[in-house]
Design a protein around this ligand. Structure first.
Ligand SMILES: CCCCCCCCCCCCC[C@H](O)CC(=O)SCCNC(=O)CCNC(=O)[C@H](O)C(C)(C)COP(=O)(O)OP(=O)(O)OC[C@H]1O[C@@H](n2cnc3c(N)ncnc32)[C@H](O)[C@@H]1OP(=O)(O)O
Length: 727
């Protein structure tokens, strides 16, 4: 039953019932219409309570229906209008979540009662659309333009206590919201209802709405780099102030249709479901997310309090997991402790602003700092987060192996080292796993969980479940140099470097990719990460520094093209932000504002002259094609090698760890949207002209899919048949 009805005295309680989140699917909407019609004409009913089954009001419209053939035949706003115009008072009993269409439904009720642990909001913007069941018109009428705009444009979850302060709900209760709503319904029977019908009210404001919204629009254009939904949300809110309700609704629908035509909602909704699907991991042996039980992690330890370690400690502590944080000397321990405490204070401040405190207990209190390895011996799981050096990591794992209790999990936070080699020095390779966090680890949502050859399914389940506990999107990947995200970055950065050789400047390449929607272009990103990191690794591989065989041409390695520009900057001490100079110049070492550097322009001009490189006329569109298609091609190779289980996994990694714009779905989705044949043609053309750049040689899988007509991404798996699986 999509909705059920019971009677409590003269109050009819209509309950939405569509597990798991009571999405307002077409059958639910049809059931609501039927129940409403019946209670309206039932003389024994004097008031109505609307609620959701299983402690959840509703997570909104059924997103799957948007793109499915089963297009909705019932308009949610028509149901809302029907509820609002009812002469019997309707009270929403909000529990769990009231999101999107769920909150819009509640806003059409005459009163709202919420359980204290509820969150509500209009997160449509996050899936590329705008609230289109009256939310952009009713919410400003209830709480004013600035507060409504903030909620609609950011799509944030508003806790019940804040919702009460803002006036979204009339009462917050610590016990059953349904019982409280029934009580309220009985109290308001017979009371005047006109002012409770939000659509009949005018928006109240004492600001210059146009100027306010113009400023918001400019800010949103800068902040959301090409995403259209936030801009449409602002225009819809503008309509609420300027137009009568019904015309505002027309505008809302019009904006929805225009957004749909951009293709962005489809990309963002693909990203939404991909994020959920990556949690459903499956191993070739048949073990899966739903048949392997994770172990409970009651205590954890982190080794190393550098940038990564600090973020990981904060993240664990924030999730209420007691942590032991270990450093090798007092100086580093003290500075790590200070940094962690300050991060935790900031987190506490954030929660306080949202009207919350740390869930149970105090996050700060749960961190114990130590220099003594013995202190770690009883924790359930340890995350090693020292710098990227195989010998150092092996030393630590040897030690852990002898100290830790036998069933403790040993995780390494490496961004690309071989998990099997690290596991090989332990007495429990089945409990060793890679947990690749992204910096800052207390903020970035991505966690690459890297399975080694001997890692057990229980260890995988535990690491994936830990990711969820930390509020992260955990993606299971196979063990290969650099794993998935960083491996794909290689060819992308390589092309960015070649573009400099050929006549571009860092700021021009960055601008093209930032206009595409990346949070940061490749050169700003390299400056932030530190140019010395890659330099050290290239030196270890004999590609840079004294290990390069004598007589090797400067722009060649092993017969292939090589760009030594980044090595040359490092030799001059230009490591990026940390040294105040890199591809850009900064106000000071550690400064964060990148300014184009005339020195770099001069340096590039001399370099091109030295190597007699003719400046080529590269069209800005080619910057995108070369960098992005190089990255995508490597993505296909990752699939070919069985390192990721599907294109969605790669897209989730890029959306959440590398600043890929979600409104473009992810690199593999983008390839499918651009057309695989187009991607293949560009790669083929480039590779023919540049056979000394092997990364641009089109991958086998790309060719295979292009040959069958470049099917949409959801059909790739069936088209490709059985692929190797190294998970
Ligand atoms: C011009 C052409 C137009 C064509 C289209 C015409 C249609 C026009 C109609 C317009 C009407 C608009 C009405 C309204 O404004 C629009 C909306 O309401 S959109 C939905 C807004 N809501 C959300 O975005 C909430 C999304 N969900 C979440 O944030 C979270 O799921 C949660 C609710 C906070 C719960 O989180 P968790 O507990 O972590 O659980 P999961 O996230 O794993 O979810 C569990 C399960 O539920 C599925 N699911 C969640 N929400 C929805 C949803 N709204 N619709 C469908 N399915 C949903 C999720 O995928 C998981 O599924 P599983 O993986 O278990 O299969």
């Amino acid at each position: 039953m999509a909705a059920t009805r019971t009677l409590s005295h003269t109050v009819a309680v209509i309950k939405i019932n569509n597990p798991p989140v009571n999405a307002l699917s077409t059958p639910v909407c049809q059931a609501l219409i039927k129940e409403l019609a019946e209670v309206k004409k039932d003389p024994s009913v004097e008031a109505i309570v609307l609620c959701g089954a299983n402690g959840k009001f509703s997570a909104g419209a059924d997103i799957r229906e948007f793109s499915s053939a089963a297009r909705r035949t019932v308009s949610l706003e028509d149901i809302n209008a029907e509820i609002e115009s009812t002469t019997k008072p309707v009270v929403a009993a909000i529990e769990g979540v009231a999101l999107g269409g769920g909150l819009e439904l509640a806003l059409s009720c005459h009163y709202r009662v919420a359980h204290i642990k509820t969150v509500m909001g209009l997160p449509e913007v996050l899936i590329g659309i705008l609230p289109a069941a009256g939310g952009t018109q009713r919410l400003p009428r209830l709480i004013g333009i600035p507060a409504a705009l903030d909620i609609i444009v950011r799509g944030r979850h508003v806790p019940a206590t804040e919702a009460f302060q803002l006036g979204i709900v009339d009462e917050v209760v610590p016990s059953s919201a349904i019982a409280a709503a029934v009580q309220m319904a009985r109290k308001v029977i017979g009371k005047p209802m006109d002012s409770r019908r939000l659509s009949t009210n005018a928006v109240q404001y004492n600001i210059n709405v146009d100027a306010f919204l113009d400023t918001a629009l400019e800010k949103a254009k800068r902040q959301f780099r090409g995403a259209q939904a936030p801009l449409a949300c602002i225009e819809a809110v503008r309509a609420s102030a300027q137009l009568p309700y019904q015309r505002g609704i027309e505008k809302e629908r019009q904006l929805f249709a225009s957004l749909w035509a951009t293709g962005q909602p489809q990309a963002q909704q693909y990203a939404f479901f991909s994020e959920r699907n990556v949690g459903k991991w499956t191993l070739p042996s048949g073990e899966r997310w739903d048949n392997v039980r994770p172990c409970q992690i009651r205590t954890a330890a982190v080794i190393g309090l550098g940038t990564m370690g600090r973020g990981i400690v904060t993240s664990l502590s924030k999730s209420n997991i007691p942590v032991i944080a270990l450093e090798q000397d007092t100086k580093q321990l003290d500075s790590g402790k200070k940094a962690v405490n300050s991060l935790l204070e900031r987190e506490a401040e954030k929660l306080k602003k949202q009207g919350n405190s740390f869930a149970e207990g105090n996050g700060l209190g749960s961190v114990h700092f130590t220099l003594n390895f013995e202190d770690l011996k009883n924790v359930d799981l340890v995350i090693e987060a020292v710098y990227e050096n195989m010998n150092l990591k092996k030393d630590i794992f040897r030690k852990l192996s002898s100290i830790m209790k036998p069933d403790a999990f040993l995780c390494t936070n490496t961004s690309g080292l071989n998990i099997d080699e690290i596991a090989s020095v332990t007495n429990r390779p089945q409990l060793v796993i890679g947990t690749h966090f992204f910096s800052p680890a207390n903020i970035m949502r991505l966690l690459e969980v890297v399975r080694g050859r001997h890692t057990s399914p229980t260890t995988i389940a535990t690491a994936m479940s830990l990711g969820k506990m930390l509020g992260k999107v955990a993606v299971l990947v196979g063990n290969c140099p650099l794993f998935v995200g960083n491996r794909m970055l290689g060819p992308y950065l390589e092309q960015a470097n070649y573009l400099l050789e050929e006549g571009y400047y860092p700021e021009e390449v960055d601008q093209a990719l930032e206009e595409f929607g990346f949070a940061m272009g490749p050169f700003r990103m390299m400056d932030l990460a530190g140019l010395d990191v890659g330099w050290r690794s290239r030196m270890e591989k004999g590609l840079a520094g004294s290990g390069v065989p004598p007589g090797t041409p400067a722009r060649q390695r092993e017969g292939n093209r090589y760009c030594p520009l980044a090595d040359m900057l490092c030799e001059l001490g230009r490591f990026g932000q940390k040294s105040g100079k890199g591809w850009y110049q900064y106000e000071k070492p550690g400064g964060r504002h990148a300014h184009p550097d005339p020195w770099v322009r001069d340096f590039l001009a001399k370099y091109r002259k030295t190597y007699n490189i003719k400046q080529q006329a590269v069209h800005p569109e080619q910057i995108l094609q070369r960098c992005l298609y190089a990255l995508i091609n490597e993505g296909f190779r990752v699939l070919e090698d069985g390192i990721a289980s599907g294109p969605e996994d790669i897209d989730v990694i890029y959306n959440n760890g590398y600043g890929w714009p979600k409104h473009r779905g992810g690199p593999m989705y983008y390839a499918s949207a651009v057309g695989l044949h187009e991607v293949l043609m560009v790669l083929e053309g480039y590779h023919k002209a540049n056979p000394d750049v092997p990364s641009m040689k089109p991958s086998f899988l790309l060719k295979k899919l292009a040959a069958v007509g470049g099917p949409p991404i959801k059909e790739w798996r069936t088209q490709l048949g059985k692929l190797p699986n190294k998970l």
